[in-house]
Ligand binder design. Sequence first.
Ligand SMILES: *Cc1c(COP(=O)(O)O)cnc(C)c1O
Length: 345
Amino acid sequence: MKSPLEYVRRNILALKPYSTARDEFKGGDISVWIDANESPYQNGVNRYPDPHQKALKERISRLFDVAADSIFLGGAGSDEAIDITFRVFCRPAIDNAIAITPSYGVYRVAADINDVELREVCLNADFSLPVEAILSAADHHTKLVWICSPNNPTGNAFPKEQILELAERFDGMVVVDEAYADFSAKGSLLQEISSHPNIIVLRTFSKAWGMAGLRAGMAFAVPEIIAFYNRVKYPYNMSVLIQKELLRRIEEGTRNHIEEIIAEREKLAKGLREATCVREVLPSDANFLLVRVTDPDAVYDFLIEKGVIVRNRSTMPLCEGALRVTIGTPEENELTLRYFKEFGL
Ligand SMILES: *Cc1c(COP(=O)(O)O)cnc(C)c1O
């Protein structure tokens, strides 16, 4: 098995990271902190945050049963991990990456920003993973394959064995974005990173954990790879307030309403199938439904008039007629269902 370090850009392998004021300090009984040009007046945020987020990583390590040095934390959500992944592995204008389509839009934006060609491989018509097509889209400059599972916007998770097979056959890194894994019964690849060192798993606190406003995302991989994420990130990429609040909320155990959302998802799907404008409700492993309707633009506008906003995905590949509907509270879902029915044909 190849070492994943072979896929890291040479300039990143050689990178001497910025050394923060506190990195050089090794224990001792310090009572006067005058090394970092901070204000000495305590106000809760006058000190720089821990650049290594040690306490938080310890807690997350227990939470996900993954070693602390296998965790990268991003203070701009997992979008930060997506950007850093391109920067660690892909040389601008030389290397390329593969993503499935339709999928999450940030892979494309991050690729464009980094001047990395993104080759989009369409899912099969039944939304299954086109493993052979992905492998044949790769050449010797392909460093990354992006797999979103459960996939946004199609809602389905891919079988674990298929992603593992892809990782075994692909000569590069496979990034598995598991933003919605908490809503899926199909399992996570988190425990496979040590046996498959070319897999990177992305998770977020934005969805099932109910903290989209906080901005906290995670990348998990073997420690050799995570070490480079930590060198490339901005030194203080997660503020004192986020670290503190996240630790507090994890301790509180606030993984919000997952069973309730799954139950509501199934209930809403069943209800929507009875609405005359609905042609199909796709099965979902996430906290949203992809709903094919007769006239997506008209239904979208009608819902807006009623004060309900959904995501119109009807111009995406394989998404003809499709609106993406996030599961809300039971009251919100009832309203949404009522308006879909009210629209008529
Ligand atoms: C919502 C979402 C994310 C989360 O992004 P954050 O920056 O962590 O809020 C990541 N990937 C996918 C596919 C998503 O839909």
